[in-house]
Design a protein around this ligand. Structure first.
Ligand code: H2U
Ligand code: ZN
Length: 350
């Protein structure tokens, strides 16, 4: 019997990071489903001559990629943000707008077209962590916020199966970042400790929502998760951003990432789709006490199988987020899915 069978009943949970409530309806997971079924993934070749991101290939704008062997970072050919501002601020009442500048990059995780965070070895993952660290520090010298993220899978709007993420740097604090900043600042003012450090300590003590933990990191399905198998990656000491990470913490992060993304793929035996990204203070390390803690959010849409996903529609769009299985059950299932990648298990014929 799972947590949900025992039945905590319908209730709401509070997200102290976003300052929002989430409706939890555990019993609803058993409702019949005749809606959209996600297409199964295909197997990809190690090199795809038509891929814009593979080494040596032509990109969509005609530039040629180098024969890269590790990670490869380039300026986005179709950036959402531009270095130069075009219009000035307008309006101060109902119709306000302001100019925004920024810089967008693409980070190819590996030369192999058929790889992913779930299947790369720890040394390859360490190169990705180093790239996030480098880009956050470098772009953070010039820009107010640096957003590293990845969309994986066609169902999350990813444009190519080649393992890659994006980095957007801009001259303002985006809406969700500003909200997280205000929430963390208020907590620090009231309690004298960073909010997400308190959360990490409380989650580690409770244990029930922990998916992975080592000396440096904690991966939990947060108490207030919106998406079915949403996770939060947290450092276990005060650490505002990538610039503050020690070499040891970067290395253990690489191992933790591999473990987490393998568990996701194993859960429904598929290339588990998600949107994943880092919230860290950009730029070089400084000594000042700040409310911010480095953390990663992973938002995967799958709910019941590789082909049935959660849609954030209806009540979620019009009232507030709602989830079906409890975060405790989700964590239990992710813990059980840990281990070698299912495609690499020789003892398993399924
Ligand atoms: P997504 O798969 O998450 O959309 O990221 C791919 C990014 O790569 C996207 O922002 C860029 C797109 O603009 N891109 C290039 O810059 N050059 C290309 O040749 C292909 C894609
Ligand atoms: Zn490719």
């Amino acid at each position: 019997m799972t947590q949900d069978d025992a039945g905590p009943g319908v209730h709401r949970r509070f997200d102290p990071l976003q300052g929002e409530w989430i409706l939890v309806s555990p019993h609803r997971d058993r409702r019949p489903w005749q809606g959209q079924v996600e297409a199964p993934e295909s197997e990809w070749p190690e090199h795809d001559p038509d891929c814009h991101l593979c080494p040596g290939n032509l990109r969509a704008n005609g530039a040629r990629n180098p024969d890269y062997t590790g990670v490869f970072v380039f300026d986005n050919d179709f950036p959402a943000l531009l270095d130069a501002a075009s219009i000035g601020s307008t309006g101060d009442g109902l119709f306000q707008s302001e100019p925004t500048r920024g810089h967008c990059r693409v980070l190819c995780y590996a030369p192999q077209h058929d790889q992913s965070l779930a299947r790369l070895a720890d040394p390859d993952l360490a190169r990705i962590v180093a790239a996030w660290q480098r880009e956050s520090i470098d772009l953070g010298r010039d820009w107010r916020w640096v957003q590293c993220f990845e969309n994986r899978g066609a169902s999350m709007g990813c444009s190519s199966p080649h393992p890659h993420g994006q980095i957007w740097a801009l001259d303002v604090l985006p809406t969700l970042i500003r909200r997280e900043w205000e929430q963390q600042q208020a907590y620090l003012d009231d309690h004298g400790k960073p909010l997400l450090l308190a959360v990490a300590e409380a989650e580690a003590a409770a244990g029930i929502r922990v998916v992975i933990e080592d000396r440096d990191w904690l991966v939990v399905v947060p108490f207030w998760a919106r998406w079915p198998f949403e996770t939060l990656i947290l450092p276990r000491r005060p650490c505002p951003g990538f610039a503050w990470l020690s070499d040891g913490e970067s290395a253990s992060l690489a191992a933790v990432l591999g473990e987490l993304f393998r568990a996701y793929d194993n859960l429904f035996r598929c290339a588990f789709p998600y949107s994943f990204g880092w919230h860290g203070l950009p730029g070089p390390a400084q000594n000042a006490m700040v409310p911010w803690q480095l953390h990663a959010h992973c938002y995967p849409p799958l709910l019941r199988s590789a082909s049935v996903r959660k849609f954030m529609v209806g009540f979620e769009l019009l009232a507030e987020s709602q989830r079906d299985i409890t975060p405790e059950t989700a964590a239990e299932r992710l813990r059980a899915a840990r281990g070698p990648h299912w495609r690499e298990r020789t003892d398993d014929k399924r």
